[in-house]
Design a protein around this ligand. Sequence first.
Ligand code: C5P
Length: 311
Amino acid sequence: MEGTATAAALGTVTVRAPAKVNLQLAVGARRADGYHPLASVFLAVDRHDLVTAAPGEGLTLSVAGEGAAGVPLDRDNLAARAATALAAQHGIRPDVHLHIDKRIPVAGGMAGGSADAAAALLACATLWETRSTPAELQLLAAELGSDVPFALLGGAALGLDRGDRLTPLPVTGPFHWALATADGPLPTPAVYAAHDRLRPRHHRTLGADPAVLAALRTGDPAALGAALGNDLQPAALHLRPALAATLRAGTAAGALGATVSGSGPTCAFLAADAAAATRLAAALTASGTCHRAWTATGPVPGASVLATPVR
Ligand code: C5P
């Protein structure tokens, strides 16, 4: 059955989806399929990309916002792949125009592309009235990328396997961050490859760090700052040595903890409260060791519909 008539009867749907920081990223040995088993503790923070789905002829895309030039406009675009996968599952044509408003740094280690995919899934499911359950969207999300399920879920969660098998975590927030973007992207596959070269026989038991879980549960920023950990950080620093100066600048300015976010190059600094986060971001900007620093808080909800269709 073709879904065009239904879609054409609807207005537009806008969904926002959050960026993430990794509070813990434990990486096991590369698997035969090229992926790495992970124990990843995610926190969704209040920097969002917006995806608007409007009825269209075929699948078209536009992107605006900072770093938009670095976002592919072809079928490699994760949001386009999300729309295509959802349409195929429901036996309809992917007739939609997707407009992506980028606010999350592109290829920055904050899962911006994954946020776009999650937002596109929810926007198209709403526009096309697929009546998809959250569980069905989660399954599609996992096929699109390791971080897409978390962008749908939001909050705080432990991700196992490729990072996509999620368990929501209790969290007493908010936690206040300063985030420092670097000049230029750091492609995730390159960081994992560098990790494999640096630690070729690195085997470890993967699980959530109890110190991270306890600090999240009790809302203790000093304890969480001390417990932050990222196995990909040495690889990110190897590929981008300048990040060491960024981490040092944030630590010298009083951060409770400093970490490369995911595969980088964005660095995340934990602060005691909102005022301390603002001071940290200003100190990072003044240090000249980053492209830009800003503040963010988390947890925040996952992908959510902002505007419902108007009949
Ligand atoms: O799943 P996603 O497409 O986001 O992953 C991007 C790349 O990151 C993969 O192609 C792979 O190189 C690397 N990756 C990995 N192990 C994971 C997740 C991602 O090696 N668990």
